[in-house]
Write a new protein. Structure first.
Length: 160
């Protein structure tokens, strides 16, 4: 199978960062990377561009790390209480997922993707819970949140 040496102009997950020289399948380069301006063929003229792209990558990584550390500091100050509907005995209707957490954090002014906040098992109980939030390759935060009932829990709901 034919492979091409290409110079990545933008980071591509699973392939490499901007400014890297990588080998990819010829069809992938020709049909996807080149038309979307994500990469250029590796030629002698493009080798000069390599240094400029590597400097840009280092500057971008430094900025991303600083932003992630600032966001980690904001996470330390956030206390989330997620109200959920409950039935008799405090049993939850449904569960709390990463999407619910993401929406509540967006209400607080913190934007994170669901990929950064894996909730491996949906939360199905009331009380304190925690999850790890990966803000950067070097910055990870343990985030705690409470799941509370939006209606009062009464042990006599089912008896009349």
């Amino acid at each position: 199978m034919a492979k091409n040496d290409v110079l990545l102009l933008k980071p591509i997950e699973g392939i490499g960062d901007e400014g890297e020289q990588v080998k990819v399948k010829a069809g992938y380069a020709r049909n996807y990377l080149f038309p979307k301006k994500l990469a250029v063929p590796m030629t002698q003229a493009n080798r000069k561009q390599l240094e400029a792209l590597q400097r840009a990558r280092e500057a971008r990584k430094t900025n991303e790390l600083a932003a992630a550390e600032a966001l980690a500091a904001r996470f330390a100050r956030i206390h989330l209480a997620i109200p959920v509907k409950t039935g008799p005995g405090g049993r939850l209707f449904g569960s709390v997922t990463a999407a619910d957490l993401q929406a509540r954090l967006a209400d607080e002014g913190v934007e994170v993707s669901r990929k950064q906040m894996p909730v491996y098992k949906p939360v199905r109980t009331l009380g304190k819970h925690s999850t790890k939030v990966r803000l950067h390759a070097d910055v990870q935060v343990d985030f705690e949140f409470d799941v509370v009932s939006e209606n009062p829990i009464d042990g006599s709901e089912g008896t009349s």
